[in-house]
Design a protein around this ligand. Sequence first.
Ligand code: ACO
Length: 371
Amino acid sequence: MSATKGLEGVVATTSSVSSIIDSVLTYQGYDIDELADNASFEEVVYLLWNGRLPKADELSELTKELAENAHIPQEITDYMKSYPNDKVHPMAALRTAVSSLALYDEEADVMDEEANRQKAIRLQAKIPTIVTAFSRIREGKEPVAPRNDLGFAANFLYMLTGEEPSDVAVSAIDKALVLHADHELNASTFTARVCVATLSDVYSGLTAAIGALKGPLHGGANEAVMKMLMEIGELENVEPYIRKALDNKEKIMGFGHRVYKDGDPRAKHLREMSKQLTALTGEPKWYEMSIKIEEIVTGEKGLLPNVDFYSASMYHSLGIKHDLFTPIFAISRTSGWLAHILEQYSNNRLIRPRAEYVGPDKQSYVSVEQR
Ligand code: ACO
């Protein structure tokens, strides 16, 4: 029995939610390029959960349900106000708040399919409310209540700022949400599936997944990319900074991927959005620096940018706080996590692999006095 480090190349389940074949990402058979250019996030949520695109009435019903379920219990808001907010990362706040939400859902442990689908809607609806409420609370502001008349992306921006968002910002966030919604058996999705395969509840699966996404080798990379861009500061500093990091064998955040070796198909969409939005806000330097970093890292190491690289400068241009980049990823990926959780329940078997033992052999117990 020998282990495959990081389970590279191991096929751990069947799934019909999304696929990566020859560097092409599809959700339920639809190419991500086509969805990014045409679909709204709500359409993608319906697609991931139902295996087909919604008809007009189904789409408006889902949009309505998401808006109507967006309120969070006052206790969760009060609890967030009691966090040590000058130190808490929004991903930690989100993880804790999602776990707490289960305490206020009487159906949290009801495991039939309909109850789980209803919880999926409630969770998808409430996650942006938690992220935006926490963001405001830590700035000493009151949370802004969600509006029934706004779509998902617009409501997120509205709750974040308390102002009517621009069409440009809404369409950028909507597209980013579409691009991040699902990604086959990535680390956080696998985490969610392992958790619920014990027949634990949906909230536990989501909480576990948020914890896995938080790490800098996964969803946390987008914030780390922006930190790097801020440290570099100006275009002329890119070359010495990146060459030094590569000489020191440091990882450049936002590059490389376990599965894609010919490039991440999502990156080109985010590159274009970064180009347009940084130009629009009069700060094209973030895009120009990113392009220069890509030239060097790809030239030197053959590594290509992943989804997290250009999303950083794109979100920055929308005026979003850098530590909210990963929570936005979580808002979107919740749709994929929930699709995989529902799929896991529908054809469940406990996920319990083996370990190759490499510890000491044939030890004999020695009493504590004699050690
Ligand atoms: N910068 C510099 N070198 C890199 C990078 C990078 N970003 N990524 C991989 N490498 C190098 C490694 O150092 C290693 O070199 P070596 O063989 O000389 O030791 C080689 O490429 C293989 O890298 P691994 O880390 O073994 O690749 P793995 O498949 O385990 O990791 C990962 C993939 C985690 C994405 C990695 O590329 C990485 O750490 N990237 C930076 C973090 C990041 O951007 N994460 C987001 C990924 S996308 C997402 O999760 C949403």
